[in-house]
Write a protein that binds this ligand. Structure first.
Ligand SMILES: Cc1cc2nc3c(=O)[nH]c(=O)nc-3n(C[C@H](O)[C@H](O)[C@H](O)COP(=O)(O)O)c2cc1C
Length: 339
Protein backbone atom coordinates (compact mmCIF):
# COMPACT_ATOMS: atom_id res chain seq x y z
CA UNK A 1 0.00 0.00 0.00
CA UNK A 2 1.44 3.39 -0.94
CA UNK A 3 1.69 6.19 1.55
CA UNK A 4 -0.72 9.11 1.34
CA UNK A 5 0.52 12.11 -0.58
CA UNK A 6 1.39 14.25 2.36
CA UNK A 7 4.22 12.01 3.51
CA UNK A 8 5.85 11.70 0.09
CA UNK A 9 5.24 13.00 -3.40
CA UNK A 10 4.02 10.02 -5.33
CA UNK A 11 3.77 10.21 -9.10
CA UNK A 12 3.02 6.57 -9.84
CA UNK A 13 -0.32 7.65 -11.22
CA UNK A 14 -1.32 11.08 -12.46
CA UNK A 15 -4.00 12.83 -14.49
CA UNK A 16 -2.67 14.95 -17.35
CA UNK A 17 -2.94 18.71 -17.69
CA UNK A 18 -5.71 19.41 -20.20
CA UNK A 19 -6.75 22.88 -21.29
CA UNK A 20 -10.43 23.61 -20.77
CA UNK A 21 -10.88 20.24 -19.06
CA UNK A 22 -8.80 19.85 -15.89
CA UNK A 23 -10.09 22.94 -14.12
CA UNK A 24 -10.66 22.98 -10.39
CA UNK A 25 -14.11 21.41 -10.65
CA UNK A 26 -12.80 18.54 -12.72
CA UNK A 27 -9.90 17.97 -10.35
CA UNK A 28 -12.18 17.91 -7.33
CA UNK A 29 -14.29 15.27 -9.03
CA UNK A 30 -11.23 13.22 -10.03
CA UNK A 31 -9.91 13.42 -6.50
CA UNK A 32 -13.02 11.64 -5.23
CA UNK A 33 -12.32 8.79 -7.61
CA UNK A 34 -8.57 8.57 -7.07
CA UNK A 35 -7.40 9.72 -3.64
CA UNK A 36 -3.73 9.03 -4.48
CA UNK A 37 -3.43 10.36 -8.02
CA UNK A 38 -1.36 13.44 -8.71
CA UNK A 39 -3.57 15.98 -10.49
CA UNK A 40 -2.45 18.69 -12.90
CA UNK A 41 -3.98 22.04 -13.71
CA UNK A 42 -4.60 23.23 -17.23
CA UNK A 43 -1.59 25.04 -18.63
CA UNK A 44 -1.44 28.64 -17.46
CA UNK A 45 1.04 30.97 -19.15
CA UNK A 46 3.61 32.67 -16.97
CA UNK A 47 2.40 36.20 -17.84
CA UNK A 48 -1.18 35.19 -16.96
CA UNK A 49 -0.02 33.94 -13.58
CA UNK A 50 1.85 37.16 -12.93
CA UNK A 51 -0.71 39.66 -14.24
CA UNK A 52 -4.02 37.76 -14.39
CA UNK A 53 -6.87 37.12 -11.99
CA UNK A 54 -5.22 34.70 -9.59
CA UNK A 55 -8.33 33.36 -7.95
CA UNK A 56 -9.90 32.56 -11.31
CA UNK A 57 -6.77 31.12 -12.90
CA UNK A 58 -5.07 29.50 -9.95
CA UNK A 59 -7.63 29.01 -7.18
CA UNK A 60 -7.98 25.46 -5.95
CA UNK A 61 -9.63 23.53 -3.17
CA UNK A 62 -7.47 21.98 -0.42
CA UNK A 63 -9.09 18.63 -1.20
CA UNK A 64 -7.30 18.64 -4.56
CA UNK A 65 -3.85 17.98 -3.06
CA UNK A 66 -1.54 16.74 -4.40
CA UNK A 67 -1.95 19.15 -7.28
CA UNK A 68 0.64 20.41 -9.75
CA UNK A 69 0.55 23.74 -11.57
CA UNK A 70 1.53 23.54 -15.22
CA UNK A 71 3.13 26.65 -16.65
CA UNK A 72 3.71 27.72 -20.23
CA UNK A 73 6.47 30.10 -21.16
CA UNK A 74 10.08 30.44 -22.22
CA UNK A 75 11.32 33.50 -20.33
CA UNK A 76 13.35 32.33 -17.33
CA UNK A 77 12.55 35.41 -15.24
CA UNK A 78 8.83 35.25 -15.93
CA UNK A 79 8.69 31.53 -15.30
CA UNK A 80 10.61 31.98 -12.07
CA UNK A 81 8.12 34.59 -10.87
CA UNK A 82 5.16 32.46 -11.90
CA UNK A 83 6.62 29.35 -10.26
CA UNK A 84 7.14 31.24 -7.04
CA UNK A 85 3.56 32.47 -7.06
CA UNK A 86 2.39 28.89 -7.60
CA UNK A 87 4.52 27.65 -4.71
CA UNK A 88 3.25 30.43 -2.45
CA UNK A 89 -0.33 29.47 -3.28
CA UNK A 90 0.39 25.94 -2.11
CA UNK A 91 0.82 23.92 -5.29
CA UNK A 92 2.74 20.71 -4.70
CA UNK A 93 4.72 20.85 -7.93
CA UNK A 94 5.37 23.23 -10.79
CA UNK A 95 5.60 21.73 -14.25
CA UNK A 96 6.86 23.27 -17.48
CA UNK A 97 4.94 22.52 -20.69
CA UNK A 98 7.28 21.41 -23.46
CA UNK A 99 4.67 19.42 -25.31
CA UNK A 100 1.85 21.61 -26.56
CA UNK A 101 1.98 22.10 -30.34
CA UNK A 102 -0.69 24.75 -31.02
CA UNK A 103 0.17 27.69 -33.28
CA UNK A 104 -0.70 30.13 -30.56
CA UNK A 105 1.76 28.46 -28.24
CA UNK A 106 4.47 28.23 -30.90
CA UNK A 107 4.23 31.92 -31.72
CA UNK A 108 4.93 32.57 -28.06
CA UNK A 109 7.98 30.28 -28.42
CA UNK A 110 6.94 27.75 -25.88
CA UNK A 111 5.31 24.35 -25.70
CA UNK A 112 6.58 21.60 -27.99
CA UNK A 113 8.82 23.85 -30.07
CA UNK A 114 11.05 24.10 -27.00
CA UNK A 115 12.11 20.50 -27.69
CA UNK A 116 14.50 22.21 -30.12
CA UNK A 117 15.88 24.50 -27.43
CA UNK A 118 17.12 22.33 -24.57
CA UNK A 119 19.55 24.97 -23.30
CA UNK A 120 16.75 27.50 -22.97
CA UNK A 121 14.57 24.90 -21.21
CA UNK A 122 17.45 24.14 -18.86
CA UNK A 123 17.79 27.83 -18.02
CA UNK A 124 14.05 28.19 -17.49
CA UNK A 125 13.90 25.20 -15.18
CA UNK A 126 16.99 26.35 -13.27
CA UNK A 127 15.32 29.71 -12.67
CA UNK A 128 12.08 28.04 -11.59
CA UNK A 129 13.94 25.74 -9.21
CA UNK A 130 15.79 28.59 -7.64
CA UNK A 131 12.59 30.58 -7.19
CA UNK A 132 10.81 27.67 -5.49
CA UNK A 133 13.75 26.22 -3.53
CA UNK A 134 12.52 27.61 -0.23
CA UNK A 135 9.23 25.73 -0.66
CA UNK A 136 10.83 22.37 -1.30
CA UNK A 137 8.54 21.48 -4.19
CA UNK A 138 9.72 19.79 -7.38
CA UNK A 139 9.93 21.48 -10.76
CA UNK A 140 9.21 18.96 -13.51
CA UNK A 141 9.08 18.97 -17.30
CA UNK A 142 6.41 17.49 -19.56
CA UNK A 143 7.75 16.92 -23.05
CA UNK A 144 7.30 14.87 -26.21
CA UNK A 145 9.68 12.24 -27.57
CA UNK A 146 10.59 14.75 -30.26
CA UNK A 147 9.29 17.19 -32.85
CA UNK A 148 9.21 17.08 -36.66
CA UNK A 149 12.29 15.30 -37.97
CA UNK A 150 13.77 14.52 -34.54
CA UNK A 151 13.43 10.81 -35.07
CA UNK A 152 16.13 9.28 -32.97
CA UNK A 153 16.21 8.22 -29.35
CA UNK A 154 19.43 10.24 -29.20
CA UNK A 155 17.49 13.50 -29.61
CA UNK A 156 15.26 12.77 -26.62
CA UNK A 157 18.22 11.66 -24.50
CA UNK A 158 20.20 14.78 -25.41
CA UNK A 159 17.23 16.99 -24.53
CA UNK A 160 16.74 15.34 -21.16
CA UNK A 161 20.45 15.31 -20.32
CA UNK A 162 20.75 19.04 -21.03
CA UNK A 163 17.65 19.92 -19.01
CA UNK A 164 18.90 17.69 -16.20
CA UNK A 165 21.85 20.08 -15.77
CA UNK A 166 19.34 22.42 -14.12
CA UNK A 167 18.91 19.86 -11.35
CA UNK A 168 15.55 18.67 -12.71
CA UNK A 169 15.22 14.91 -12.35
CA UNK A 170 11.54 14.34 -13.13
CA UNK A 171 10.25 14.09 -16.67
CA UNK A 172 6.82 13.26 -18.00
CA UNK A 173 7.11 12.12 -21.58
CA UNK A 174 4.20 12.00 -24.02
CA UNK A 175 5.30 9.05 -26.13
CA UNK A 176 4.65 10.58 -29.53
CA UNK A 177 6.29 13.30 -31.55
CA UNK A 178 4.61 16.58 -32.32
CA UNK A 179 4.58 17.80 -35.89
CA UNK A 180 4.78 21.53 -35.63
CA UNK A 181 3.52 22.29 -39.13
CA UNK A 182 0.35 21.02 -40.69
CA UNK A 183 -1.32 19.20 -37.80
CA UNK A 184 -3.83 20.62 -35.37
CA UNK A 185 -3.23 20.03 -31.64
CA UNK A 186 -5.93 17.36 -31.76
CA UNK A 187 -4.26 15.60 -34.69
CA UNK A 188 -0.98 15.87 -32.86
CA UNK A 189 -2.51 13.73 -30.10
CA UNK A 190 -3.63 11.09 -32.57
CA UNK A 191 -1.62 11.00 -35.81
CA UNK A 192 2.06 10.68 -34.81
CA UNK A 193 2.51 7.06 -33.71
CA UNK A 194 3.09 6.16 -30.09
CA UNK A 195 6.59 4.97 -29.32
CA UNK A 196 6.56 3.61 -25.78
CA UNK A 197 9.88 1.82 -26.25
CA UNK A 198 11.67 5.13 -26.50
CA UNK A 199 10.35 6.27 -23.13
CA UNK A 200 11.12 2.91 -21.52
CA UNK A 201 14.67 3.17 -22.86
CA UNK A 202 15.05 6.66 -21.42
CA UNK A 203 14.36 5.22 -17.97
CA UNK A 204 16.57 2.17 -18.51
CA UNK A 205 19.51 4.34 -19.52
CA UNK A 206 18.87 7.04 -16.89
CA UNK A 207 17.81 5.03 -13.85
CA UNK A 208 18.22 7.96 -11.46
CA UNK A 209 15.65 10.03 -13.32
CA UNK A 210 11.98 9.77 -12.48
CA UNK A 211 10.28 9.03 -15.80
CA UNK A 212 6.51 9.16 -16.18
CA UNK A 213 4.98 7.90 -19.41
CA UNK A 214 1.93 9.44 -21.09
CA UNK A 215 -0.09 8.83 -24.24
CA UNK A 216 -2.84 6.35 -25.08
CA UNK A 217 -2.85 4.63 -21.69
CA UNK A 218 -6.32 3.57 -20.72
CA UNK A 219 -6.58 0.36 -18.72
CA UNK A 220 -5.31 -1.20 -15.53
CA UNK A 221 -3.42 -3.70 -17.69
CA UNK A 222 -1.70 -0.85 -19.61
CA UNK A 223 -0.77 0.79 -16.32
CA UNK A 224 0.76 -2.39 -14.94
CA UNK A 225 2.76 -2.99 -18.12
CA UNK A 226 4.25 0.49 -18.10
CA UNK A 227 5.03 0.43 -14.39
CA UNK A 228 7.31 -2.50 -15.18
CA UNK A 229 9.47 -0.04 -17.14
CA UNK A 230 9.00 3.48 -15.76
CA UNK A 231 8.18 5.24 -12.51
CA UNK A 232 4.72 6.45 -13.29
CA UNK A 233 1.85 6.68 -15.74
CA UNK A 234 -0.16 9.75 -16.70
CA UNK A 235 -3.65 9.43 -18.17
CA UNK A 236 -5.30 12.16 -20.19
CA UNK A 237 -8.33 11.60 -22.37
CA UNK A 238 -9.40 8.32 -20.82
CA UNK A 239 -9.41 9.92 -17.37
CA UNK A 240 -11.69 12.61 -18.68
CA UNK A 241 -14.08 10.59 -20.82
CA UNK A 242 -14.23 7.52 -18.58
CA UNK A 243 -13.44 8.88 -15.13
CA UNK A 244 -14.34 5.68 -13.30
CA UNK A 245 -11.15 4.22 -14.77
CA UNK A 246 -9.37 6.38 -12.23
CA UNK A 247 -11.09 4.49 -9.42
CA UNK A 248 -10.21 1.17 -11.04
CA UNK A 249 -6.54 2.11 -11.34
CA UNK A 250 -6.50 3.50 -7.80
CA UNK A 251 -8.03 0.21 -6.63
CA UNK A 252 -5.44 -1.84 -8.52
CA UNK A 253 -2.45 0.19 -7.30
CA UNK A 254 -3.47 1.08 -3.77
CA UNK A 255 -6.15 -1.34 -2.79
CA UNK A 256 -8.55 1.56 -2.24
CA UNK A 257 -12.06 0.03 -2.28
CA UNK A 258 -13.94 0.69 -5.51
CA UNK A 259 -16.46 3.43 -4.77
CA UNK A 260 -20.11 3.24 -5.75
CA UNK A 261 -20.69 5.81 -8.50
CA UNK A 262 -23.85 7.21 -6.89
CA UNK A 263 -21.90 7.67 -3.67
CA UNK A 264 -19.17 9.55 -5.50
CA UNK A 265 -21.84 11.99 -6.60
CA UNK A 266 -23.22 12.24 -3.08
CA UNK A 267 -19.72 13.16 -1.90
CA UNK A 268 -19.45 15.79 -4.63
CA UNK A 269 -22.71 17.42 -3.57
CA UNK A 270 -21.39 19.73 -0.80
CA UNK A 271 -18.73 21.05 -3.18
CA UNK A 272 -21.31 21.70 -5.90
CA UNK A 273 -23.72 23.42 -3.53
CA UNK A 274 -20.96 25.62 -2.11
CA UNK A 275 -20.02 26.73 -5.61
CA UNK A 276 -23.62 27.29 -6.65
CA UNK A 277 -24.02 29.48 -3.57
CA UNK A 278 -21.07 31.53 -4.82
CA UNK A 279 -22.78 32.06 -8.17
CA UNK A 280 -21.14 29.32 -10.26
CA UNK A 281 -23.30 27.55 -12.84
CA UNK A 282 -24.12 23.87 -12.31
CA UNK A 283 -23.12 23.10 -15.89
CA UNK A 284 -19.55 24.26 -15.26
CA UNK A 285 -19.17 21.39 -12.81
CA UNK A 286 -21.42 18.73 -14.28
CA UNK A 287 -19.81 18.90 -17.72
CA UNK A 288 -16.92 16.99 -16.16
CA UNK A 289 -19.03 14.17 -14.77
CA UNK A 290 -20.88 13.20 -17.95
CA UNK A 291 -18.77 10.06 -18.39
CA UNK A 292 -19.13 8.72 -14.85
CA UNK A 293 -21.46 5.87 -15.84
CA UNK A 294 -19.74 5.23 -19.17
CA UNK A 295 -20.19 1.60 -20.16
CA UNK A 296 -23.09 0.98 -17.78
CA UNK A 297 -26.76 0.61 -18.72
CA UNK A 298 -28.51 3.96 -18.47
CA UNK A 299 -25.33 6.01 -19.03
CA UNK A 300 -26.93 7.81 -21.95
CA UNK A 301 -29.98 8.84 -19.90
CA UNK A 302 -27.66 10.29 -17.23
CA UNK A 303 -25.79 12.34 -19.81
CA UNK A 304 -29.00 13.44 -21.52
CA UNK A 305 -30.58 14.89 -18.37
CA UNK A 306 -27.40 16.77 -17.48
CA UNK A 307 -26.93 18.08 -21.01
CA UNK A 308 -30.52 19.24 -21.26
CA UNK A 309 -30.97 20.74 -17.82
CA UNK A 310 -27.66 21.73 -16.18
CA UNK A 311 -27.17 24.89 -18.26
CA UNK A 312 -30.32 26.58 -16.97
CA UNK A 313 -29.67 29.60 -14.80
CA UNK A 314 -31.58 28.12 -11.85
CA UNK A 315 -30.19 24.59 -12.19
CA UNK A 316 -29.30 23.11 -8.82
CA UNK A 317 -28.44 19.73 -7.32
CA UNK A 318 -31.89 18.37 -8.12
CA UNK A 319 -30.78 18.16 -11.77
CA UNK A 320 -28.07 15.69 -10.77
CA UNK A 321 -30.62 13.72 -8.75
CA UNK A 322 -32.88 13.56 -11.79
CA UNK A 323 -29.96 12.41 -13.92
CA UNK A 324 -29.15 9.64 -11.45
CA UNK A 325 -32.82 8.59 -11.35
CA UNK A 326 -33.02 8.62 -15.16
CA UNK A 327 -29.95 6.41 -15.32
CA UNK A 328 -31.53 3.91 -12.92
CA UNK A 329 -34.75 3.90 -14.91
CA UNK A 330 -32.80 3.51 -18.15
CA UNK A 331 -30.87 0.59 -16.67
CA UNK A 332 -34.07 -1.05 -15.40
CA UNK A 333 -35.76 -0.71 -18.78
CA UNK A 334 -32.82 -2.42 -20.43
CA UNK A 335 -32.98 -5.25 -17.92
CA UNK A 336 -36.69 -5.72 -18.55
CA UNK A 337 -36.26 -5.67 -22.33
CA UNK A 338 -33.37 -8.11 -22.09
CA UNK A 339 -35.21 -10.59 -19.85
C1 LIG B 1 -8.41 18.80 -24.41
C2 LIG B 1 -6.93 18.60 -24.16
C3 LIG B 1 -6.17 19.65 -23.66
C4 LIG B 1 -4.80 19.48 -23.41
N1 LIG B 1 -4.11 20.50 -22.81
C5 LIG B 1 -2.82 20.29 -22.43
C6 LIG B 1 -2.13 21.24 -21.65
O1 LIG B 1 -2.65 22.29 -21.25
N2 LIG B 1 -0.84 20.98 -21.31
C7 LIG B 1 -0.22 19.80 -21.70
O2 LIG B 1 0.95 19.60 -21.37
N3 LIG B 1 -0.85 18.89 -22.43
C8 LIG B 1 -2.15 19.09 -22.77
N4 LIG B 1 -2.82 18.11 -23.42
C9 LIG B 1 -2.14 16.82 -23.72
C10 LIG B 1 -2.36 15.83 -22.58
O3 LIG B 1 -1.78 16.31 -21.38
C11 LIG B 1 -1.72 14.47 -22.92
O4 LIG B 1 -0.33 14.65 -23.07
C12 LIG B 1 -2.29 13.88 -24.20
O5 LIG B 1 -3.70 13.98 -24.26
C13 LIG B 1 -1.87 12.41 -24.35
O6 LIG B 1 -2.36 11.63 -23.29
P1 LIG B 1 -3.69 10.70 -23.46
O7 LIG B 1 -3.46 9.85 -24.69
O8 LIG B 1 -3.75 9.89 -22.20
O9 LIG B 1 -4.83 11.63 -23.66
C14 LIG B 1 -4.18 18.24 -23.69
C15 LIG B 1 -4.95 17.20 -24.20
C16 LIG B 1 -6.32 17.37 -24.42
C17 LIG B 1 -7.13 16.19 -24.94
Amino acid sequence: MRKPYNTRMDRTFSVAPMMDWTDRHCRTFHRLLAPHALLYTEMVTAPAVIHGDRERLLGFDPAEHPVALQLGGSEPDELAQAARIGAELGYDEVNLNVGCPSDRVQSGRFGACLMREPVLVRDCVAAMREATAAFGIPVTVKCRIGVDDQDEYAGLAAFVETVQQSGCTQFIVHARKAWLQGLSPKENREVPPLNYARVHRLKAEHPRLTVVINGGISSVADVRTHLGHVDGVMLGRTAYHEPYRLAEIEHALDGTPLPDRDEVLARLRPYVEAHLARGDRLQHITRHILGLYQGLPGARAFRRVLSEQAHRADADWSVVERAVAARRDGARERTVVAS
